[in-house]
Design a protein around this ligand. Sequence first.
Ligand SMILES: NC(=O)c1ccc[n+]([C@@H]2O[C@H](COP(=O)([O-])OP(=O)(O)OC[C@H]3O[C@@H](n4cnc5c(N)ncnc54)[C@H](O)[C@@H]3O)[C@@H](O)[C@H]2O)c1
Length: 405
Amino acid sequence: MTEPANQPTADAPGFPRIGFNLVFVPGDGIGPEVIAAGRRVLEATGRLFGFRFEWQEILIGGVAIDAYGVPMRDEDLAACRDADAVYFGAIGDPKYDDPTATVRPEQALLGLRKGLGLYANLRPVTVQPVLRASSPVRESLLEGVDMMIVRELTGGLYFGKPSGLRAGPAGREAVDTLIYSEEEIRRVVRLAFELARGRRKKLTSVDKANILSSSRLWRTIVEEVRPEYPDVTVEHRLVDACAMTLIQRPAVFDVLVTENLFGDILSDEASVLAGSLGMLPSASIGERQTAHGLHGMYEPIHGSAPDIAGKDIANPLAAILSGAMMLRWSLGQNAAAVAIERAVTAVLTAGYRTADLLSATGDATGLRPVGTQAMGDAVVAAIENQEHTAAEDGERATALSGGSR
Ligand SMILES: NC(=O)c1ccc[n+]([C@@H]2O[C@H](COP(=O)([O-])OP(=O)(O)OC[C@H]3O[C@@H](n4cnc5c(N)ncnc54)[C@H](O)[C@@H]3O)[C@@H](O)[C@H]2O)c1
């Protein structure tokens, strides 16, 4: 992807501004709070780099059931398909938790993934050095942690049929089906190899091949694709052992690829390394190319956290970092993505902490405890600060080169 140059004068009259059409899905619980902060950060980045966003806000999840009686309307799925990308908060509401309910907010999430063909979920896990103390894992083990978890997103147990509750010979029984076609496995494995090639060239494939047929096919496909990437080292790990290694020696992983359910669980486990679920962004991408990049959906990995909703205490950084992933993967704006990531590091280094990032004892010595909005403001200010620095650098460069003013 081409990296755009810094353009601190983007708002100048006549300045050409690229426009991006985004669908904005606040969702339920803390979704609207964290994603509003992310939107403000994206807008600030647009001002700095010379692009603008057209936002189309839609209701999906519990709020859509309340408004329309369904978790997602067909026209809203179509809007997501037509947009350059989808920026998503979180969905889920305890009032729809009844296990016998036939309409649930989470159905929209599965519908979006399938309907948009988002077959791969990318979940980068890095540990900000200043947050090592926020993790319950010993600090020495967190040195060098930098992995990309690639979770298959449209197959496996979450979509296999039959699925449901039924009457069996000995009373009620329930069934879920774990099924994968070789093509479903191959495309996500290939993507993972590509990612490994651009990183430290190590791929860990996670399965349960000692028990599951689907895992044996998974392992076979990885071995079939492997010769195409002779520069990438491959290892296979069983999911149970991998779950332990993720905590015992997390720095050994580079790219980790796995099926839907294993990826869901392992990536939540990995969030413990980063200090909080509120730190981990994600990208769900498909095969379709738009004018700017791959079509995709961007959301924090956490859920709607109803226990803390409406209190202005949720950590918005996962949502903000998901915005950076959107700029990189779907909008072709790598430099702007880097600017957001730098701004997040800057505010953490300056001591800003939402409640989840404070130590269990609540000791905030030397830190600046903030709420959701204030954390968003701090990141916006850090972006604007980069703008000033870039402008000053420009002036300095002009002066040093003896250029006219
Ligand atoms: N992609 C999604 O929209 C998604 C993902 C997972 C769960 N869910 C749904 O979310 C609802 C709640 O699920 P859950 O409680 O198991 O998971 P959750 O991720 O919402 O919350 C787990 C714990 O982490 C905390 N937490 C989560 N995000 C945080 C943040 N940004 N800042 C600070 N603390 C944060 C919560 O307070 C809670 O204690 C359920 O309805 C579930 O189905 C939705």
